[in-house]
Design a protein around this ligand. Structure first.
Ligand code: ADP
Length: 535
């Protein structure tokens, strides 16, 4: 494609290999784009909320993912259409910024597109719709600020944080254990949080999983977990106040290089060699003991004889620990990685309150817990579950809960979930529409209607009559002028989301509205689509 100008300076587009290209212009382009965006949103709509359905996605090599996390579903779907890709991006940015609300944001964008289509049919110019949406989104975001509630928590009273995380988890497969998982997520975040600066470094929280056991066995470890065991079954399984030597040098005598030859032709010679080897090894063990090490973690292995000797000399050891884990241990325990025995000094030892080995079930699977490390606040969430899919989905759910807890530490404001915040915003936007004399008024009203689609989807997914339920809740909000009423998805018996403890973070909800509006505006402003007809 090239842009050229005719003799009057008017631009025109030259399409090379015309027959291979398709071109959509004006209203057709907008309609096609809207249809693509809506198609993506429709897929996610049934996954929204506590009674939302899950999706099963098969990867290229046959692996299966079962999830209801919007970002994951879209990421795994191999979409070709460029507008559909924008929707995928939308969900991803919500995930990146906030971590939760990834389904809601796409549903919202889909509803905005649907409403835009109606306005286009009425003959309203797309730019007018885009401007109307922009104004409406500002009204909605400000209104959210107004209805938001602040709640206080501290390190001893973190119940409100747990409640909010539970709302996030209630829509996932893991909702059976939402209480315990929410507590784990909150404790993990509080363990690494800097409450003075109101910051949380989520990198310090590792999420590990191992197939087996029950979801209820999921635990929080104040330290690091490595998938290794002590090198000898008779070594102690519990070491208090461990001083750890972290070695990258092999725990064995140096091997003769290939060009040298050792002739052993008598038993005596063999005995001497053996003694020497043993002595060499003994010195290495002694060196570790001299500097005060009570545990050795090695990157390399050692043979059975060495292993036996280590056990005999009462120096527990772990072998074949990977480089990345070794580094993590060094950082957490404040130790240094030692490449040669000669360099081992007491200051280079890492320190940990407890190192213990735990075995799982009847299997021979064991793992090593390194807890209460000297240097770092790093924690690990260790997930158990019946199969790999369950563990992966739990990891994603925990990620959402961790993000929610982090967002609340950054900003203590919450709004009410179950569509309550959306209904309140819809009412506010609708009221604001009257103030605008221009054509934008229609777009603003359309925005208000689009906001209703979230509670409608929640109701629909819970098997309720969407329109009736929504109008009942809406009139309740208007009558009592209270923005806490939402959809009673779980049939608890009350619409009051305060009573149900269904909260969402203010920044998460605001971000959803802003991002969805941004993408829809972008789609509406496209009036020329030139593509290879192969796609
Ligand atoms: P997302 O990926 O966008 O977080 P979810 O599937 O987690 O999507 O659904 C979140 C929506 O479900 C939010 O609007 C939230 O308010 C609502 N929700 C969660 N738990 C409940 C509940 N117990 N009752 C009513 N609504 C709920």
């Amino acid at each position: 494609m090239a842009l050229a100008f005719d003799e009057f300076g008017r631009p025109f587009i030259i399409l090379r290999e015309q027959d291979q290209k398709t071109r959509l212009r004006g209203i057709d382009a907008q309609k096609a784009n809207i249809a693509a965006g809506k198609a993506v949103a429709r897929i996610l709509r049934s996954s929204l909320g506590p009674k939302g359905m899950d999706k099963m996605l098969q990867g290229p090599d046959g692996d299966i993912t079962i999830t209801n996390d919007g970002a994951t579903i879209l990421e795994q779907m191999d979409v070709d259409n460029q507008i559909a890709k924008l929707m995928v991006e939308l969900s991803r940015s919500q995930d990146y910024e906030i971590g939760d609300g990834t389904t809601g944001v796409v549903v919202m964008a889909g509803a905005l597109l649907e409403q835009a289509e109606r306005q286009l049919d009425r003959g309203i110019h797309p730019i007018r719709i885009a401007e109307g949406y922009e104004m409406a989104s500002r009204v909605a975001v400000e209104h959210l600020e107004r209805i938001a509630q602040k709640f206080e928590f501290d390190i001893n009273n973190f119940e409100p944080l747990v409640q909010t995380c539970m709302t996030t988890l209630s829509s996932k497969i893991v909702n059976r254990c939402k209480r315990s998982l929410a507590e784990i997520a909150v404790k993990a975040v509080l363990a690494v949080a800097d409450l003075e600066r109101r910051d949380v470094n989520l990198d310090l929280i590792k999420v590990e999983g191992k197939v087996g056991g029950k979801l209820e066995d999921t635990e929080l470890i104040y330290g690091i977990l490595i998938d290794k065991d002590m090198s000898h079954p008779q070594m102690p399984k519990h070491i208090e106040d461990a001083h750890i030597a972290i070695l990258t040098c092999p725990f064995e005598p140096p091997k003769p290089k290939t060009k040298h030859k050792v002739d052993i032709d008598t038993v005596e010679k063999f005995e001497t060699l053996r003694k020497q080897e043993q002595q060499y090894f003994d010195e290495m063990v002694q060196k570790c003991k001299d500097v005060g090490a009570t545990l050795v973690i090695c990157q390399w292995g050692f043979d059975d004889e060495a292993n036996h000797l280590l056990m005999h000399r009462n120096l527990p050891a772990v072998r074949w620990v990977g480089g990345v884990e070794l580094e993590l241990i060094a950082i957490a325990t404040g130790g240094r990685i030692v490449p040669r025995f000669q360099e081992l000094t007491p200051e280079k030892l890492g320190k940990a309150g407890v190192v213990r080995e735990k075995s799982f079930g009847t299997t021979k699977e064991r793992m090593l817990y390194i807890e209460h490390c000297a240097n770092s606040k790093a924690v690990t969430v260790f997930i158990r579950g019946g199969n790999k899919m369950m563990i992966e989905e739990t990891k994603r759910s925990i990620h959402d809960a961790l993000c929610v807890a982090r967002n609340l530490i950054r900003n203590k404001s919450i709004v009410y979930g179950g569509g309550a915040a959306e209904i309140a915003c819809s009412l506010a936007v609708d009221a604001a529409a009257d103030k605008y004399p221009g054509v934008e008024q229609y777009a603003i009203r359309a925005f208000a209607e689009a906001l209703d689609s979230v509670p409608m989807a929640l109701a629909e997914n819970s098997g309720l009559q969407p329109i009736e339920t929504l109008s009942a809740v809406k009139s309740q909000q208007i009558k009592e002028n209270i923005p806490f009423y939402g959809i009673d998805c779980n049939d608890v018996g009350t619409n009051d989301m305060r009573e149900q403890n269904v909260f969402e973070t203010l920044i998460g909800k605001q971000q959803q509205i802003l991002l969805a509006t941004q993408v829809v505006k972008m789609i509406l402003k496209i009036d020329d689509v030139i593509s290879n007809s192969e796609y």
